[in-house]
Design a protein around this ligand. Structure first.
Ligand SMILES: *Cc1c(COP(=O)(O)O)cnc(C)c1O
Length: 445
């Protein structure tokens, strides 16, 4: 046992607390969501400098499990888990991409993209899933009767769950909305031998089913309403700050659907702030697709009320969610971090991703939403060009080939594909090829 302590605590402040190895997702007294709460007093026994040095000393190591970007911060995540029971692929530690040419188009020279999609299953969902599956593995090893882990998913959660469960040898069940996810996302859990259920409904419908199924406590719920996921995801904030030599960025922009991740981002910054590693907080911008924008609508009325919607189809399929489970956590975070919520249309998100790709990215549609929102807020001068700004890229573009191909073939609905680049079909005639190249050089000037 380490000297630190973390428990599940009710977010509504009703005082309920449960151990992290209890099968519980909502407060048994008032029904609100739970969050992992760390004993900050105990963590303060180490100074900010000692924490920074400890975390820095673990970066790049192969010492189990600290080579992981998540478990290198173990004391701040799940301090009391047995290292031998951790299920990790040394996830995290993703690079910051200096968006030099893209930023220059908007007069920004301190714009960065955190490449969370450069990860085992191609999205940032790996960061939270290593934590959740580790805790489940620890429970199973200590004799708890858990038959399987289960989730509803818009694609990326299921891929991450299936991979980590397969690594640990734990059965997994995934509920996916039929025909609403990409081929790459569907095939990942199939390959990892998950039980894949394709349901004739949308994500919100799958979420209702998994909540029913997991009322049987031997099937463990792996969605982000389970706040163990949030503990892994929050290390993004810590890692980004560490990558800038513990200098906090000014603005962070993240796409949101079920809205767990925006609060995770806030939690990471808050913990560093409370423990003195940073002395100010960044501004957080939550980016939504216009076709699935319930939080944007709530923001527009000053968060006075929140109404779930039926989302329309969006290319940003991983955030096509109308009834976000973690909305209250998200609103709390945005209020604390001087938050902005902005939306992007299908045309805006697809063109933003394509424009960024011309400067070397390979952006998924969700990253496109965040980039489009950045462009709008800079144009409206709601964000400053001078600020150090980080866009969270949540998935790898390679998971969304239909989106990429559709864009460049000009077949995406509601999108004027202004940067489409098609292959030039021609005979292997060197003279004609030279002429064609001259035309292309001129066009690209
Ligand atoms: C899950 C996911 C998001 C949104 O995260 P939430 O916590 O649901 O708001 C954004 N982009 C991608 C690629 C995702 O998989």
């Amino acid at each position: 046992m380490s000297e630190y302590r973390a428990v599940f605590r009710c977010i509504a402040g009703c005082g309920e607390e449960y151990p992290l190895d209890e099968v519980v997702y909502e407060c048994r007294k008032c029904g609100n969501l739970l969050e992992v709460s760390h004993d900050i007093g105990l963590l303060k026994r180490r100074s900010a400098r000692e924490w920074r040095e400890l975390f820095d000393s673990r970066t790049g190591t192969t010492e189990w499990p600290y080579g992981s970007g998540i478990w290198s911060k173990k004391e701040w995540v799940v301090p009391n888990i047995d290292n031998d029971n951790i299920v990790s692929m040394f996830e995290g530690n993703t690079n910051l991409f200096w968006a030099k040419r893209f930023g220059a188009m908007y007069g920004m020279d301190d714009l960065w993209i955190k490449m969370c999609g450069n990860s085992h299953t191609g999205s940032f969902k790996d960061l939270g899933m290593t934590v959740l599956v580790s805790v489940v593995n620890d429970m199973i090893r200590r004799g708890r009767n858990i038959k399987a882990v289960a989730c509803a998913s818009t694609g990326d959660t299921s891929a991450a769950l299936a991979a980590f469960a397969a690594y640990a040898g734990i059965p997994s069940i995934v509920f996916l909305p039929a025909n609403k996810i990409s081929t790459a996302q569907l095939v990942q859990p199939m390959a990892n031998n998950a039980i894949v259920l394709s349901l004739d409904t949308d994500f919100d419908g799958c979420m209702r089913v998994v909540r029913e199924i997991t009322k049987d406590n031997t099937i463990y719920l792996a969605n982000s309403m389970n706040s163990l996921r949030i503990e892994g995801q929050k290390t993004i904030s810590i890692e980004m700050t560490q990558q800038f030599n513990w200098e906090v960025p000014d603005v962070v922009i993240i796409p949101g659907g079920n809205l767990g991740n925006v609060s995770a981002l806030g939690n990471g910054f808050k913990m560093m702030y409370d423990l003195g590693l940073i002395t100010r907080k960044p501004r957080i911008v939550l980016a939504q697709a216009e076709n699935a924008n319930p939080l944007y609508l709530s923001y527009k009325n000053g968060f006075r009320d929140f109404t779930p919607i039926t989302p329309q189809k969006t290319l940003a399929s991983a955030i096509q969610i109308g009834d976000p489970v973690s909305v209250q956590k998200a609103i709390r975070t945005l209020k604390e971090f001087d938050g902005i919520v902005e939306q992007a249309s299908e045309d805006e998100l697809a063109n933003a991703a394509a424009l960024a790709d011309r400067t070397g990215t390979y952006s998924c549609p969700h990253t496109g939403v965040a980039l489009a929102v950045l462009m709008k807020l800079i144009d409206r001068q709601e964000l400053s060009k001078k600020d150090r700004t980080i866009v969270i890229s949540t998935a790898h573009g390679l998971k969304f080939s239909e989106f990429k191909v559709g864009y460049h073939e000009g077949t995406l609905k509601d999108v004027d594909c202004r940067y489409a680049n098609r292959p030039i079909a021609m005979a292997p005639d060197v003279g004609k090829i030279k002429e064609a190249l001259e035309r292309e050089f001129a066009a690209r000037k």
